[in-house]
Design a protein around this ligand. Structure first.
Ligand SMILES: *Cc1c(COP(=O)(O)O)cnc(C)c1O
Length: 402
């Protein structure tokens, strides 16, 4: 009996990807084992984070890194770091950011639910660009000159959301921001694979980058990475760590926090609720090393095998077309896509409902059901579950024929 069964909690089959509400991704047995070992002993968290910083720096090309409780937590403490620098009084003040550099510039097209984490620090978002969807005239996204015009003496940072088609390019945005002495924070939460992206955003000029640990990396659900400039990582760490320390005895590793650079010893900061435990930190580091060791090609092959099984099941649904997307691109997540014809979008909903009514319930990507599309994502599937999904599709097809 599983821990869930003992508590009467039904488990699900997650073919919708590493969504937080569906409990994130899959951790390997080696990661679970490492977390169990980590739980058995005590460590100094600053020493553990300093070690993590070295591992993350090595794999990202950044000067320093930090393990957070998720990418959103990384955005929060990263933004706080840009607002306060190493100033203890400024750290104590947040989320009252008045009198501090309290504006963050963001492209209007990149506004998203996760920027709440940025706003949590007390900053105001200054939106640029007008990617007009309503009139159909929005053929140009935000442009570098618009970022330049929005930056002023109160600008703490530029916030940039990395996707495959973010415009303008990060390099262009970083050039404009750096010309004004302003750092760029990149939300790259879900931008792995390809694993080259671990290094890419830093190489393109990002000062801080946030990744999720609980998505494709395969770390604990409540983990993430913040990497970037050493001074900003130190400022982020100071606002996250438990700072209930005795001044005379506090001796953090200098490669994480250079005490001599501080004008005072801050108390608990705005990032204190973003706690990653020793289990998450060790789990994340273990997962990250396994993620890099597996490589894009082997990972893609593993995912494609599941997707092929699902696509064979979906093919039984005669009223819709089945397509595999991303099958040729080893840096992407391959997916199986069921496309109902125009005018029969309700069939997509009926199929999604049938899958949810299964035991165990099967969750697929439902966001494009209005276009008649149901998508299957392999990243959070466990061994053998692709076959169960394929069987469910065949059962749906048989029911529809009856
Ligand atoms: C998932 C996601 C986040 C949040 O990541 P967590 O690790 O769950 O905190 C932030 N931004 C984007 C773009 C995401 O996709």
């Amino acid at each position: 009996m599983t821990v869930y069964a003992r508590r009467g909690i039904p488990t699900i089959i997650n073919a919708a990807g590493t969504l937080t509400r569906l409990s994130g991704g899959v951790i390997r047995p080696e990661v679970a084992q490492a977390m169990a070992e980590a739980s058995a002993l005590a460590v100094d968290m600053a020493v553990l984070q300093a070690h993590a910083s070295g591992v993350i720096a090595g794999l990202t090309g950044a000067k320093a890194g930090y393990v957070t409780s998720g990418a959103a937590a990384g955005l929060l403490i990263g933004t706080a770091a840009c607002v306060t620098g190493l100033g203890a009084a400024a750290m104590a003040r947040l989320p009252d950011a008045s009198g501090l550099r309290n504006q963050v510039v963001i492209s209007r097209s990149q506004r998203n639910g996760y920027d709440h984490a940025v706003r949590t620090t007390g900053v105001t978002l200054v939106e640029v660009g007008l990617p007009d969807r309503a009139s159909g005239a929005g053929i140009r996204d935000a442009e570098p000159w618009e970022y330049a015009a929005a930056i002023n003496d109160n600008t703490a940072a530029v916030h940039y959301v990395a996707t495959r088609d973010s415009l303008p390019s990060l390099a262009e945005v970083a050039a404009v921001a750096h010309a004004a002495g302003v750092p760029v924070i990149v939300d790259a939460a879900a931008e792995l694979p390809p694993q080259a992206n671990l290094k890419r955003f830093i190489a393109e000029g990002a000062d801080l980058v946030a990744f999720s640990g609980g998505k494709a990396i395969g770390g604990p659900q409540a983990s993430g990475i913040l990497c970037g400039r050493r001074d900003l990582i130190a400022a982020a760490a100071l606002q996250q760590l438990d700072m209930d320390v005795v001044t005379e005895l506090w001796d953090p590793p200098a490669r994480l926090i250079d005490r001599s650079a501080l004008d005072g010893l801050p108390r608990h900061g705005i990032g204190r609720p973003c706690k990653a435990g020793k289990e998450e930190i060790i789990g994340l580091l273990t997962a990250l090393e396994l993620f890099v060791a597996e490589g894009d090609e082997a990972r893609h092959e593993r995912w494609l095998a599941d997707i092929t099984i699902i696509a064979e099941g979906l093919a039984a649904i005669a009223s819709a077309d089945t397509v595999i997307t991303g099958g040729d691109d080893t840096g992407s997540v391959p997916k199986a896509e069921l496309r109902f014809p125009r005018g029969s979008e309700s069939q997509a909903l009926a199929f999604l409902r049938a899958l949810l009514a299964d035991d165990p319930a099967i969750h697929a990507e439902a966001g494009d059901h209005r276009a008649g599309v149901v998508r299957f994502n392999p990243v959070a599937l466990r061994a053998g579950q692709a076959t169960v999904v394929a069987e469910a599709a065949r059962a749906f097809a048989a029911g529809a024929r009856r």
